[in-house]
Design a protein around this ligand. Structure first.
Ligand SMILES: [Fe+2]
Ligand SMILES: [Fe+2]
Length: 348
């Protein structure tokens, strides 16, 4: 995104809060552009930043809060994709009609086809009548689930691949945790908003791994290669604390809070996905749901290379959440089918 220096208010706004005011920025730029004499034809077009990996000049081993400071100072971390931001805003706006939201989806190249494919998959309730339009998808799935679909499609494309990490395995695991967290929220009879929070938190729970690499690709790649070489099978987050005095959970939560400003329950769930104790709860928190979904997914073998398996048994941890044996078995059986659907969707 390039800015004309004649538009100082826009520049200030951009520096202050670039992630969450894109529409406001566009409006301001257009206003300033139309006011600026000598620039009658000046036009602004927002284009997502080209992804690139950060290279440090020399290997520096950062520790603890130094990573958070680096994160706060960076101004080229991935922003929440424009299409996700726009659709998110429209869905939250009571005045938006289904037709307006459908048009916003259809205006994004490539999104409609993938949205219909995902909406028809088993994990978004497909299988009955085929969904063949965006309007039909919104009517069938509801606005919350359409938002989940948009996040699911956009996230793997938003972040650059991490060297030494299985990108496909990473997103397969993240999607599985998202779907399972939402299923657990439904079983706990949480409301649709809480189900959606569980889903998006599950999808983003390991995002700190990618943030580490985005901040310092060389340091994190070297770390991952060391982890792979080591035979002691230490959980990834503990190995990170050993090496950097901070883990991907804390860094991922800090990233979401600072740059994406999503619902704070998402940042809390991401921060605690390795540490929340799963206990019987009438109204489990988003963090608890993501913790359990992550452990069950890992115990069923759907972790990615560098992650270790869970130290809990799937059945035990589901029972500890208050599920019956029959429910726990169904959740585990559904997960295997869900993974097959994810693989078809990702199509790697
Ligand atoms: Fe994790
Ligand atoms: Fe995970």
């Amino acid at each position: 995104m390039s800015l004309n220096p004649k538009f100082p208010n826009t520049q200030c706004l951009l520096h202050r809060d670039r992630a969450h005011n894109i529409l406001e920025i566009i409006r301001l730029i257009n206003t300033e552009a139309s006011l600026a004499k000598g620039n009658p034809g000046w036009e602004f077009e927002y284009k997502p930043k080209k992804r690139k990996m950060r290279q440090t000049a020399a290997p520096v081993v950062r520790k603890g809060k130094e990573w958070v400071h680096l994160l706060e100072q960076q101004n080229d971390l991935p922003v929440l994709p424009e299409v996700v931001f726009n659709i998110d805003q429209m869905i939250r706006d009571e005045n938006s009609s289904i037709q307006q939201i459908a048009r916003a989806v259809e205006a994004e190249p490539g999104l409609t086809g993938r949205l219909l494919k995902l909406a028809n998959s088993a994990f978004f309730g497909g299988g009955r009548q085929t969904i063949n339009s965006v309007t039909m998808a919104i009517n069938r799935l509801g606005l919350n689930q359409v938002r989940e679909v948009v996040y699911t499609i956009q996230m793997p494309e938003t972040f650059a691949e991490v060297p030494a990490l299985d990108h496909f395995g990473f997103w397969k695991h993240s999607m599985a945790v998202a779907i399972l967290a939402r299923q657990l929220a439904r079983l706990a009879r949480l409301n649709p908003e809480e189900q959606e929070l569980a889903y998006i938190s599950g999808l983003l729970h390991d995002i700190g791994i990618i943030v580490f690499s985005t901040l310092d690709v060389r340091a994190y790649e070297a770390f991952l290669l060391d982890v792979k070489k080591a035979d002691n099978a230490k959980p990834l987050h503990l190995a990170e604390i050993n090496a950097f005095q901070i883990d991907h959970a804390e860094l991922g939560g800090a990233f979401i809070r600072k740059w994406w400003k999503l619902d704070d329950r998402i940042a809390v769930a991401v921060e605690n996905h390795h540490s929340v104790f799963a206990e019987r709860a009438v109204h489990p928190s988003t963090a608890q749901l993501v913790f359990v979904a992550n452990e069950v997914t890992k115990d069923e073998g759907f972790h990615f290379g560098i992650e270790t398996s869970s130290k809990y048994s799937s059945e035990d941890i589901l029972l500890s959440m208050g599920l019956s044996k029959a429910q726990a078995h169904k959740v585990i059986k559904d997960l295997a089918e869900t993974i097959q659907q994810i693989e078809l969707f990702l199509g790697y």
